[in-house]
Design a protein around this ligand. Structure first.
Ligand code: PEP
Ligand code: MG
Length: 753
């Protein structure tokens, strides 16, 4: 069964269109389950109904004609209840609805299961049989498994707009991912393609068909040449049988095989890379399905050859300068900082990535540059998106493909309103961040990139609350040397002097890895992260500490912060290393005082060790991003569960309140440098709890300052005591938003539904 399931899903995955996918689904399932009928109904949100999309067994003329509202008929009932329905005699069921065009009356037994993706019913899968019988437990389980697996594939196909022909209202598709950088943008997709990835080639129409054919032939010739050379190089070291494989490769590349087929597609209007990828995919799909090990292995050969030809084609096409749309939305599997840098800033409107998270390097960069970004769009068929109009909503983590006029107008006006608000708030940037009853909150910024320094306007800030040193490390091809680090840190310290700069020691691991120091783990967030890595590599840590100390000479504004601290031993060890580094510096003649040392509070274990930590360090900095994810056991970068990640969860608020109280009692300064500090609601709650230092991304400063200036400390404290009395997220949210409205601050909040 497992093998059948795997094969069907694989085949559906490789289908060229939604129609082809549905046709495979109904045929294969009917065959596997040996039933008389298999049908698939898909939900059309616009019309709020389920439509018969394909069937094998019912009359084909019923396709596209039979529609059922949720709760209507057996199919509608399955869709509404979101659970399987297994009945022996369907026509006598109270919900049975007869459609003459289906010829359904012949079938007695009925088994329907919902197709659900991320809690949303996409459709219903049905099998029927003439004979009056209850489908067995095993059959039901098979169909449920099938539907669960197909959901991911179908959501793919649906997002391409294939369902559009069912409704005359258009082809808009709405997809949810991870909100990685705030803001909204309307633009056109520019797909960045990882080199030689057959699955990610965008569809395009060639300008000149003959030139395209020529390009293909040249690429194939190059690969033939490479293979001949490889065969010659290996001639003395491989067997005759293995040599023969090279001949097979040459044959596969021959005109009569791959070459011809690809050429034909080019002449039909596809550009060479896409035509090649489709032909290779088709052969691979076919070979992978055959019950013959030898042939199945040939699938890998074809794929390999395809990649080689593609690499040559891309070399060529890379040589041509890409033309970026006026408002480019960069779309890619995984976008690198380098790709981001290639686009002229004035043309870059937004960013969409299949992988990546809110903490990935490119997300940090996007936030610093003020570019809205959505990531974790796992199910997005990027290869077909080039040139597609779209809206990126970086507040809600949403992407809208081919938006319809009414939505477009709505977003245009939201973007305008936001612009107006930003320029209005800009004027307050030089005013103190003081509550209406005179309490001053120190606002600091999070940095790591040169752009932040050049980009931070005349805003009044109190220094850098978090300098993420891993960012300059990511920019290098190897660990930066002590000298290089000293130069980078000096620039940062000098740029903000005399204001304090809190430099965090290297925080890699989790989802932040260095290209030259990859960390592969099953559970990276519970693994080798932050201080755990640098304590295991004291040579890296010592170089970094020495570079920081040397960079601070004569400036005296350096503070050092340790990430991912779990135990006091870790602090003691770093503290000893720091003393040693200071001594070494002094021996070198560098005049340096011991900088203030702090720990990040991001592992829940430290909440219960505040007293012991307080006796060892000078300050605490709450890393709310990690603290929340560890408290709630929610990977904030996993799109499936990221909706559960919420700072307003009562447990999170209690933990933050406890830290604030304890720090006060222990007389240790506590600041917050996670994203929560840069959110107006978060900032007011933190301020009410007693935090007096908040560090955030520079673009958030204006809203947070505006919120602080419009509320009294008494009001914020009142809000905190009110929310702490609540037990659920829903109640908390309601109360908080209500209070924001009363304080006339709703306009400062990110838009929500
Ligand atoms: C945090 O965890 O809140 C934090 C600021 O660190 P990072 O986001 O870099 O993990
Ligand atoms: Mg962290």
């Amino acid at each position: 069964m497992l093998e059948i399931l795997r094969r069907i899903v694989q085949e559906v995955n490789g289908a060229r269109s939604l129609d082809a996918a549905l046709s495979i689904i109904v045929r294969r399932i009917r065959k596997a389950m040996q039933t008389d009928v298999c049908s698939v109904y898909l939900r059309d949100d616009e019309r709020d109904c389920f439509i018969l999309m394909d069937t094998i067994g019912l009359n084909a003329s019923a396709i596209g004609q039979v529609t059922l509202k949720p709760g209507e008929g057996l199919v509608g009932l399955v869709g509404q209840r979101e659970e399987p329905l297994n009945i022996e005699e369907a026509p006598s069921h109270s919900h049975f609805r007869y459609f003459a065009e289906t010829g359904e009356e012949r079938y007695s037994s009925f088994l329907g299961v919902p197709i659900i993706h991320q809690r949303r019913v996409l459709g219903v899968l049905v099998v029927q049989q003439r004979e009056k019988r209850q489908f067995g437990e095993g059959e039901e389980a098979f169909l449920i498994t099938m539907a669960a697996q197909l959901a991911g594939v179908l959501v793919h196909a649906l997002s391409t707009g294939a369902l559009a022909r069912l409704s005359d209202t258009g082809t808009q598709a709405l997809l949810n991912g991870i909100a990685a950088a705030p803001g909204m943008a309307i633009g056109e997709a520019f797909v960045v393609v990882p080199s030689a990835n057959l699955e990610a080639v965008p569809e395009r129409v060639p300008d000149d068909i003959e030139a395209e054919v020529l390009r293909l032939r040249e690429a194939i010739d190059c690969v033939r040449h490479d293979i001949r050379q490889a065969a010659e190089r290996l001639a003395s070291r491989i067997s005759a049988q293995e040599q023969a494989l090279f001949d097979v490769y040459q044959q596969m590349l021959g005109d009569a095989a791959l070459g011809n087929e690809v050429e034909k597609r080019i002449r039909e209007g596809q550009w060479a890379p896409y035509a090649l990828s489709r032909v290779v995919q088709r052969h691979v799909n076919y070979l992978e399905r055959v019950d013959d090990n030898y042939l199945r292995e040939r699938a890998a050969d074809i794929r390999d050859l395809g990649r080689r030809v593609l690499a040559h084609l891309q070399k060529d096409s890379n040589a041509r300068k890409p033309v970026y749309p006026e408002r480019t939305i960069l779309v890619g599997d995984e976008i690198s900082a380098a790709q981001l840098g290639e686009i002229p800033r004035e043309k870059l409107a937004g960013l969409v990535a299949l992988r990546g998270s809110s903490t990935s390097h490119v997300a940090i960069l996007a936030r610093a540059m003020g570019i809205p970004a959505v990531m974790g769009m796992n199910d997005l068929p990027i290869s077909r998106l080039a040139g597609t109009p779209m809206i990126v909503d970086g507040y809600r983590g949403r992407l809208i493909l081919r938006p319809q006029p009414d939505l477009l107008v709505r977003y245009e006006s939201m973007i305008e309103e936001e612009k107006a608000l930003t320029s209005m708030l800009e004027s307050e940037q030089s005013l103190p961040s003081e509550t209406s009853d005179g309490f001053r909150i120190r606002l600091m910024i999070n940095t790591g990139l040169a752009v932040e320094m050049s980009g931070s306007p005349a805003a009044r800030i109190d220094g850098v609350g978090l300098y993420r040193t891993e960012v300059p490390f990511m920019m290098h091809q190897r660990f930066p040397s002590e000298k290089e680090q000293t130069r980078i840190y000096r620039e940062q310290l000098q740029g903000f002097a005399p204001l304090p700069v809190v430099m965090r020691t290297l925080d890699i691991g989790g989802d932040k890895s260095l290209p030259y120091f990859p960390i592969e783990e099953d559970n990276p967030f519970l693994g080798w992260r932050g201080i755990r890595v640098t304590l295991d590599h004291p040579e890296v840590l010592m170089v970094q500490l020495r570079a920081m100390l040397r960079a601070a000479e004569g400036l005296d504004n350096l503070r050092i912060l340790l990430p991912m601290i779990t135990s006091v031993e870790e602090v003691d060890t770093v503290s000893r290393l720091l003393d040693r580094a200071i001594q070494e510096m002094r021996d070198d003649g560098v005049q340096i005082e011991r900088p203030l040392l702090g720990v990040m509070l991001e592992v829940p274990a430290v909440i219960y060790q505040l007293e012991a930590l307080a006796s060892r360090v000078d300050f605490f900095s709450v890393g709310s991003n990690d603290l929340i994810q560890y408290l709630l056991a929610v990977d904030r970068n996993n799109a499936r569960v990221s909706a559960l990640y919420d700072a307003l969860q009562p447990a999170v608020l209690r933990a933050l309140d406890h830290i604030a109280r304890e720090s006060r009692r222990l007389n240790v300064s506590a600041s917050v440098c996670g994203e929560l500090a840069g959110d107006p609601i978060g900032a007011l709650l933190l301020m009410g709890m007693g935090y007096r230092v908040l560090s955030m991304n520079a673009p958030n400063l204006s809203r947070v300052r505006a919120a602080i200036r419009r509320v009294s400390m008494e009001g914020a404290q009142g809000l905190v005591s009110d929310v702490l009395a609540l037990h659920s997220l829903t109640e908390t949210r309601e109360l908080v938003y209500q209070r924001m409205k009363e304080w006339e601050l709703a306009h400062l909040l990110p838009p929500r539904d």
